[in-house]
Ligand binder design. Structure first.
Ligand code: SF4
Length: 335
C-alpha cells in the first residue's frame, strides 16, 4: 500500500497490522504454546486453504488450549482433507448468479459486489474458501460495469459489499465508491459485510466513519462474530464508533460445532454483542463447503438450541436461524 494513500495515523496503524498477520501453522502453534504434534496436519490442510489471522484476534485466544473457540475457527486440521458426500466447492452456486465480474445479482432489490479478493483472517468454515477470487477481481472497468448494471435495473435500491473483506480497501477507495453510488438516485442503502471491526478493529478509522455518517445512503455494517470471546474492549470501541456515527450495526454468526454450539455460548454472544452496540441478526447453519464438515451441527440439534435460546433471550436479541440454499432468493428460515 503506497504511503501517499494513507490518510491518517489510524489508517497507517491498521495497514501495518495487516502486514503483520500470522500466516504459518508453526507461528500460530508457537505463539499459543500448543502441542507441536498439531503441526503436520495443520500444514497439510493449509495447502488447501492458507492459514491467515490477525495478531489482534490471536491475542484473545487462550494459550495452550487446542479447544479455544477462536483458535478452532482458524487452525487448519486434518479433517479438512476429507469431505463427505453433499459438500462441494461452491455450495451456494454463486457462479450461476455472477452478472459481471465481481457483481452477483441474486436478490430482486439488491446486488452484491465483491469488493476485495482476500480477508484479514481465513475462517476454516468459509463458504467462499474455494471461490475463484482471481477471476472476480474488481477492476475499474468492472466497477463501471457494476454502476451501469445498477442503473439499468431500477428495482435495485441497496448495494451490498462483500468479499473477501471489502473493508480491506482503504479509505480513499471507499470515498470513491460512496461518491459514485450516491449519484444513483434509486439507491437508498449501502451495506457492508465485514469481519474487520472484529478481527482488526483499528480498521474503523475516523475517516471511514465520518464518510459513512455524511452519506445520504443509510449505512448498515454487518459484522461477523461467532463467540463472545471475540469482543474485547478495542472491538467494542470500534462497534460503538460505527453506531455513534449513525451506522446500523448487525451481526451474523455461523453455528459451528465445538465453537458456539451450546446454549451458554449463544446467550453470551447475543448479550455481549448488544453490550458492544451490535444486534444479533442471523445465525447461519453451515454452508456445505468442502473442508468444513467437522463444523456441521445437524438441523434438529440447531433447532432445539434455537428454541432454548428463545427462553433465555429478549426477542430482539434472538438471531434468526437460517440456511442459505443454492437457487433460493432469500435466506431460508429454519424452524
Ligand atoms: S472473513 Fe468472512 S469471507 Fe473472509 S474467510 Fe472469514 S467467513 Fe470467509
Amino acid at each position: 500500500m503506497a504511503l501517499s494513500l494513507i490518510s491518517s495515523a489510524t489508517e497507517y496503524d491498521w495497514q501495518s497490522q495487516l502486514r503483520d498477520l500470522i500466516r504459518s501453522p508453526k507461528a500460530l502453534i508457537d505463539t499459543l504454546e500448543l502441542d507441536p504434534a498439531l503441526l503436520p496436519a495443520a500444514e497439510a490442510a493449509s495447502t488447501l486453504f492458507p492459514l491467515r489471522v490477525t495478531r489482534a484476534f490471536v491475542s484473545r485466544m487462550r494459550k495452550n488450549d487446542p479447544n479455544d473457540p477462536l483458535l478452532k475457527q482458524v487452525l487448519p486440521l486434518g479433517q479438512e482433507l476429507h469431505s463427505p458426500e453433499g459438500y462441494s466447492n461452491d455450495p451456494l452456486k454463486e457462479q450461476d448468479y455472477t452478472r459481471s465480474r465481481a457483481l452477483i445479482h441474486k436478490y430482486h432489490n439488491r446486488v452484491l459486489i465483491l469488493g476485495a479478493t482476500s480477508c484479514a483472517i481465513n475462517c476454516r468454515y468459509c463458504f467462499r474458501r474455494e471461490f475463484d477470487y482471481a477471476d472476480n477481481r474488481l477492476s475499474a472497468s468492472d466497477w463501471q460495469a457494476a454502476l451501469d448494471y445498477i442503473e439499468a435495473h431500477p428495482a435495485i435500491n441497496e448495494v451490498i459489499f462483500s468479499g473477501g473483506d471489502p473493508l480491506l480497501q482503504n479509505d480513499a477507495q471507499w470515498q470513491k465508491w460512496i461518491d459514485a453510488l450516491e449519484q444513483k438516485p434509486q439507491l437508498t442503502r449501502l451495506r457492508i459485510h465485514t469481519r474487520l471491526p472484529v478481527v482488526l478493529p483499528a480498521r474503523v478509522t475516523d475517516t471511514l466513519v465520518t464518510r459513512l455518517r455524511a452519506s445520504r445512503l443509510n449505512a448498515v455494517v454487518v459484522v461477523h462474530c461467532n463467540h463472545a470471546q471475540e469482543i474485547d474492549a478495542e472491538v467494542e470501541r470500534a462497534l460503538m464508533r460505527l453506531r455513534s456515527n449513525g451506522v446500523t450495526v448487525l451481526n451474523q454468526a455461523v453455528l459451528l460445532r465445538g465453537v458456539n454450539d451450546t446454549l451458554v455460548a449463544q446467550v453470551a454472544l447475543s448479550e455481549r454483542l448488544f453490550e458492544a452496540g451490535a444486534l444479533p441478526y442471523y445465525l447461519h447453519l453451515l454452508d456445505r463447503v468442502n473442508g468444513a464438515a467437522h463444523f456441521d451441527v445437524p438441523d434438529a440439534e440447531a433447532i432445539a438450541l434455537h428454541n432454548a435460546m428463545r427462553g433465555h433471550l429478549s426477542g430482539y436479541l434472538l438471531p434468526r436461524l437460517v440456511r442459505e440454499q443454492a437457487g433460493d432468493t432469500g435466506k431460508t428460515p429454519v424452524f
